[in-house]
Design a protein around this ligand. Structure first.
Ligand SMILES: *Cc1c(COP(=O)(O)O)cnc(C)c1O
Length: 363
């Protein structure tokens, strides 16, 4: 029995969530996002569990290398493309699909061996202003790519900035920028991330027309992309249980202070548990007193500033709490979305920042 923090990853929930997303958009292919160590869940194991996806997408060539080295043979998309000739050679050797979003990347492709054959996703910027050719530059970029022997198939991709927002104005604006151009594009198109794919189910309104490929990330991990909509109500199951154990329990009296800076002061007699997880494991230091945790399945709240390896928990209401009690920091019964809200971030960041020393246990 380990007393260190662990992240239990439920493979069956990954597959279940993929099914939920597929059922929501039955006529589309699924490009499953496994970038950033599969949102902290473990790149290779998640990729294996998601073998039912039509392709996988990563941000860096190194991630694609790790997948191929582990024997994953699903198609892999490099979401940012490559930036130099060695990167292009790697993408070629690994059989990756490329996103192309700059003129420099077109030139790199043109300079690569002429008998290479890539599936290329031409990225168009419709208003997010992150990656992509402006709509006005699309004709030239498309022409240049269609002229290259290295481009076996040309596809189109764009990304929404606010698909999770109840107010669909920016979404509609982005969609409108592309509308006319889409009709003239001969090839498949990918627009929707998790919130765009599940918008109808979650918010009921202004569904963007389905694209040929959807690109779910966070939904596959059982996290709701919508502020006010619970994952459970979308039929999603949380994939990660972030857990540790109590390594000490003590009694405090009124006025006793807890942890660095003495941020928490006992209001009366209380029991304090010390759990073996801290910001060194990815549990944010800025979590406020009272942030919920589950101790042996019962509700409790943190007390005192989170340390590097430990945190305090008021276990007064959990009389059976003892050294060895299980502490759930988020997961089943305690959505990461709610914990994220408590410290003013999003669940994406919480799960992605679970640190390397935390053992992932696959079930
Ligand atoms: C990360 C990412 C996604 C997935 O976004 P979610 O909100 O996690 O579904 C989709 N498309 C692109 C380009 C991305 O970078």
């Amino acid at each position: 029995m380990s007393f260190a923090a662990s992240a239990v990853i439920h493979r069956d929930h990954l597959r279940h969530n993929l099914g939920v997303v597929r059922a929501a958009r039955p006529d589309t292919c699924v490009m499953a996002m496994v970038k950033a160590n599969a949102y902290g869940h473990g790149l290779v194991e998640v990729a294996r569990a998601l073998s039912g996806a039509d392709s996988l997408a990563v941000a860096r060539p190194e991630e694609a290398e790790a997948l191929r080295a582990a024997g994953v043979d699903t198609d892999i998309v490099l979401l940012e493309g490559v930036f130099d000739a060695p990167g292009m050679a790697t993408a070629d050797a690994l059989g990756c699909e490329l996103v192309v979003h700059t003129p420099e990347q077109i030139a790199l492709l043109a300079a690569h061996r002429a008998d290479a054959r890539f599936t290329v996703w031409l990225k168009v910027d419709t208003g997010m202003n992150r990656l992509g050719f402006p709509v006005a530059a699309l004709d030239d970029a498309e022409r240049a790519l269609r002229d290259l022997p290295q481009v076996a198939e040309l596809r189109l991709m764009s990304h929404y900035a606010s698909a999770d927002a109840e107010d669909g104005a920016q979404l509609a604006e982005q969609r409108k920028r592309l509308e006319a151009r889409l009709a003239r594009f001969d090839g498949v198109v990918s627009l929707a991330n998790s919130p765009a794919a599940l918008r109808a189910e979650a918010l009921g309104a202004d569904v963007p027309p389905a694209s040929d490929w959807i690109r779910p990330g966070v939904a596959l991990y059982g996290i709701s992309p919508f502020g006010g909509v619970a994952a459970e109500s979308l039929g999603l199951k949380p994939v990660m249980d972030f857990e540790t154990r109590l390594i000490a329990v003590r009694d405090l009296e009124a006025g006793d202070r807890v942890g660095y800076g003495g941020r928490y002061t006992a209001k009366g007699p209380m029991r304090l548990g010390i759990a073996a997880a801290g910001y060194g494991d990815g549990y944010p230091r800025r979590m406020p007193d009272g942030t919920p945790v589950l101790v042996d399945g019962q509700a409790a709240g943190i007390a005192g500033r989170v340390s590097m390896d430990m945190l305090g928990i008021d276990v007064t209401q959990v009389p059976d709490a003892h050294v060895g009690s299980t502490v759930r920091l988020w997961g089943a019964g305690l959505p990461a979305e709610a914990i994220a809200q408590a410290c003013d971030t999003i669940a994406y960041e919480l799960v992605t920042r679970v640190s390397e020393r935390v053992t992932r246990v696959y079930r």
